[in-house]
Design a protein around this ligand. Structure first.
Ligand code: 3H9
Length: 652
């Protein structure tokens, strides 16, 4: 049967009276204007052709429908609107069944919800991730989903924005079945339903649920949303579905969607979405093939090394972890196994998958056992002589095309590379702790890193499911350089009259999970203290230097681990300590500074300016390629609130 074309992206073929519609709008079948008009044209055709008994809606490629076309947000609307398409599907007089292969997200999930049946393939996932973009579903998702799966499950899915796999959606009542061949099953479902009363989701009642349980689900979501407004709005709309009529609720949903879509919060989260997709792309690597990596060596199994090992294991790599002694190797093995167990307990890994990970793990005290590693990541003590000695040793052990990566935070990776016979195989992989949890990795393109080594490092980080941001060599890379800049500014303000808890309160009110002084206490004050002592001899005496942190360290206040730092931690709880205030007062007096008051607004302005100025310097020096890369580092490594878009975005 010849193909029928309804628009540039929507075509169909007739299969025994069933119009099998395919949406083909690469890369993710987003619901662009021509997809919407194509669907309407297909429905029009099916309505008028007597031989057609119903429709199947499917997506070509790996995705069913990735949602509304985010690139259309902010441009003048072009009809037909998605709600119109969806209303038409639900009200259609002949059965419309969707065959879902891959992701049905956002508007794609809403199309599915409006169909009279949903057949999932094994790769299908369903989700309404709109809150992650600062919006709520705008085409009926908040109203139809609770009708199918109940208010509590809908609050969870819509409020978190998480995607559910095929099996879970069947258990929830979202999808009707999971099958190997959803297209064939959907065609059969159209035949089964033809001529029968159709199940229209909008006409169903929301199943009754315990109001205390609904309250609890709502509270959980709102507590996690840290100042972002979309999750609370989404919860409000889902709850209304149980009490008010469909039409009124759809109108309210649409109005909320349009209001949020035009908000700064949504613009910020869209910026983050596109920045993430741009981050791993390096123009000069477009035609460069990465080297093959199957076996990953990890040197050091402390907190960082074991986290990296777990991340590599759960991503399918074989891992050889090296320690200095057999005892240390044995406890490294225990640490890694312990982290894997925790992942099983939190249900992010099955027990079988953990066993498979352990079968791929070797821990050893023999450096020569790293001979088969395709990539070795070192996570040893951050000391130049330790790292250069290690790289010299590794140089003589691994294959000539194996890649050597350093996880240094502050050392110059070019100097580490220079210790090897072939610096072109050295790259920086700056993981954040805990490495099995934190998404960000700064991939450091060293002076001599070969293009295919950089490409391999990016491919490796991608396979770990992490976010790679490429940066050049500079002390502290992108993140720690900006962190140092705004810490300096925070300390200036403390010297000038603000107290640490006021600065932390301003940051936390802005959306940071924790203020900078509390973060420093958590990380420990001693590493930065050691660095300041190293730098003391070369520091410009004319440069403003705040001694308060040094005084705290000298008094043994090294942060949480000593129970005292910028704060006191009696019973583990952060409290303002008059002893710290006294140290601050003394430092001010020594410089004849008369303290003045700071507003939260001024504090945030100055901290943001410090971040942005340092960010601009990183761009000017070519260390960071794009402002968006800087934003991603700050959001994913330093707690900058995503819904503010990162410092560079916020400054616009
Ligand atoms: C919505 O639906 C609102 C409705 O409720 C109401 C409307 C009235 N639009 O991620 P990838 C691009 S809001 C435009 O690397 P993957 C992306 O930029 C939407 N473009 O692929 C990239 O472009 P490039 C709710 C999009 O295979 C390319 O596709 N939906 C969209 O790893 C590949 O992306 C979502 O939030 C889009 N919707 O993952 C889903 N999506 O190559 C967002 C992607 O130029 N999307 N692009 O850099 C995703 O989660 C993933 O893309 C997906 C595929 C899982 C689909």
């Amino acid at each position: 049967m010849a193909e029928m074309r309804f628009s540039q992206s929507v075509s169909a073929r007739l299969e025994g009276g069933v119009l099998v519609v395919a949406i083909d709008n690469p890369p993710v079948n987003a619901l662009s204007a021509h997809v919407r008009s194509g669907l309407i044209a297909a429905l029009d055709h099916a309505a008028s052709a007597a031989e057609i008994i119903g429709l199947v809606i499917s997506g070509a490629g790996r995705t069913f429908i990735g949602g509304a076309d985010i690139r259309e947000f902010g441009t003048p609307p072009v009809g037909p609107s998605l709600p119109d398409v969806i209303d038409r599907i639900e009200a259609f007089e002949k059965p419309v069944i969707c065959a879902v292969t891959g992701a049905a997200l956002g508007g794609g999930c809403e199309v599915a919800l409006a169909c009279h049946g949903r057949i999932a393939g094994e790769t299908a996932t369903f989700g309404l991730p709109e809150v992650k973009l600062g919006i709520v579903p705008g085409a009926g998702g908040t109203q139809r989903l609770p009708r199918l799966i109940g208010t509590i499950a809908a609050i969870d899915l819509i409020g978190t924005g998480r995607a559910a796999k095929a099996d879970e959606t069947v258990a929830l009542g979202l999808a009707d079945a999971v099958v190997a061949d959803p297209l064939t099953a959907a065609v059969a479902a159209v035949r089964d339903n033809a001529g029968r009363p159709l199940r229209r989701t909008g006409g169903m009642n929301v199943p009754a649920a315990d109001s205390a349980a609904i309250d609890m689900a709502a509270t959980t979501i709102i507590a996690k949303s840290r100042g972002q407004s979309a999750p609370a709005e989404a919860v409000r709309l889902v709850r209304a579905a149980g009490s008010l009529g469909l039409e009124q609720c759809l109108a309210e949903e649409r109005a909320t969607f349009l209001r949020l879509r035009d908000s700064t919060e949504a613009a910020a989260l869209r910026h983050v979405f596109f920045a993430e997709r741009a981050a791993g792309k390096v123009e000069t690597l477009a035609d460069v093939a990465p080297r093959r990596i199957d076996t990953v060596g990890v040197v050091g199994t402390g907190l960082m090394g074991s986290g990296i090992a777990v991340s590599a294991l759960t991503s399918g790599y074989r891992v050889i972890a090296l320690e200095q002694t057999r005892e240390a190797a044995a406890s490294g093995h225990e640490r890694i196994a312990g982290l894997l167990d925790k992942t099983v307990q939190s249900r992010r890994l099955t027990a079988e998958a953990r066993d498979a990970c352990l079968a791929r793990l070797e821990t050893t005290a023999e450096a020569k056992n790293l001979a088969t590693a395709d990539l070795v990541v070192e996570a040893v003590f951050d000391d130049l002589s330790v790292k250069t000695a290690l790289f010299r040793t590794l140089d003589g052990i691994v294959a000539p095309d194996a890649i050597l990566a350093t996880n240094t935070s502050y050392l110059d990776p070019d100097r580490i590379a220079a210790a090897t016979a072939d610096p072109s195989r050295v790259v920086g992989l700056h993981f954040f702790s805990p490495a099995n949890v934190m998404r960000l990795v700064e991939v450091v393109d060293c002076a001599k890193t070969a293009p295919d080594v950089l490409a391999s490092a990016l491919a490796f980080v991608n396979r770990l499911g992490k976010l790679a941001v490429v940066c050049g060599v500079t002390e502290g890379f992108i993140g720690n350089r900006i962190f140092s800049a705004y810490r300096r500014e925070a300390e200036f303000m403390v010297e000038d009259g603000a107290l640490p808890h006021q600065i932390d309160a301003a940051l936390e009110a802005y959306g940071f999970p924790m203020g900078i002084f509390a973060v420093n206490d958590m990380a420990g004050l001693d590493i930065a203290w050691a660095r300041r002592k190293r730098q003391a001899a070369t520091r410009d005496p004319a440069e403003r230097y705040v001694e308060i942190a040094d005084r705290l360290c000298e008094a043994g206040r090294l942060g949480r681990k000593t129970g005292l730092g910028w704060y006191a931690y009696a019973n583990g709880e952060r409290t303002v300590d008059p002893a710290v205030t006294a140290v601050i007062d003394a430092a001010r007096a020594k410089k004849d500074i008369v303290p003045r008051a700071f507003t939260a607004e001024e504090i945030m302005d100055r901290l943001l300016t410090a971040m942005v100025d340092e960010g601009k310097a990183l761009l000017a020096e070519g260390i960071a390629a794009r402002p968006g890369d800087i934003d991603l580092v700050m959001i994913n490594g330093y707690g900058f609130p995503a819904h503010k878009g990162g410092p560079m975005f916020a400054a616009q």
